[in-house]
Design a protein around this ligand. Structure first.
Ligand code: AMP
Length: 188
């Protein structure tokens, strides 16, 4: 099962991604989490990404695409994966399809966790994990970027019959059930 999960900041992508991966037994590739770890460790990737992540800007496509290209050929990804936070731009979505074509693989679903902007903002401001990019003006920038750069991808996936839109307003266990029913009705 090959999945991507999309949603604005605070939509619950990280929470749902972790729950789904343990339920489905597939590895999680969360670009945001990985970037935060690489920044903390001051690796080459971390140093390249740091200023973008802190300001709520997108890390440039070539940097993130080359990371994903390396990650999705690791042996643990053979039977499936879930990408959290990738793709975020139309270019990244196309690149993912090119890569999967090369590997003879296919993306099953793009899961979109849908929430109004005002709720996204409220959730980020109430988050307890102290992320530097959860300050109000930075969250607003991330919401704007989501609307400008990521929302257009939804059409790309919808056109290819791979879009699963989920109302993300409910409690996490209800959202999870809805996703599971959507990705595989037998598991719901
Ligand atoms: P997230 O944890 O998904 O909210 O991501 C946190 C930050 O990491 C974002 O605000 C971006 O700066 C960066 N980031 C994560 N994924 C990507 C991506 N696919 N493309 C560009 N930047 C990304």
């Amino acid at each position: 099962m090959k999945l991507v999960i999309l949603g604005g900041p605070g939509a619950g992508k990280g929470t749902q991604a972790a729950l789904l991966c343990s339920k489905l037994g597939i590895p999680l590739v969360s670009t945001g989490e990985i970037l935060r770890e690489e920044i903390a460790a001051q690796t080459d990737l971390g140093k390249k990404a740091e200023s973008y992540v802190e300001e709520g800007e997108l890390v440039p496509d070539p940097t993130i695409i080359s990371f994903i290209r390396k990650r999705l050929v690791q042996p643990d990804t053979a039977k499936g994966w879930l990408l959290d936070g990738y793709p975020r731009t139309a270019f990244q979505a196309e690149e993912l399809d090119f890569l999967l074509d090369e590997l003879g693989q296919r993306l099953r679903w793009a899961i979109y966790l849908k929430l109004p902007d005002s709720v996204l903002m409220e959730r980020c401001l109430n988050r307890q994990d102290g992320r530097l990019d959860d300050r109000e003006e930075i969250v607003q920038r991330r919401i704007d970027l989501f609307n400008d750069r990521t929302i257009p991808i939804l059409e790309y996936y919808d056109y290819r019959d791979r879009l699963l839109t989920i109302d993300a307003a409910g409690p996490p266990d209800r959202v999870l059930q809805e996703i599971l029913q959507g990705v595989d009705p037998a598991k719901g």
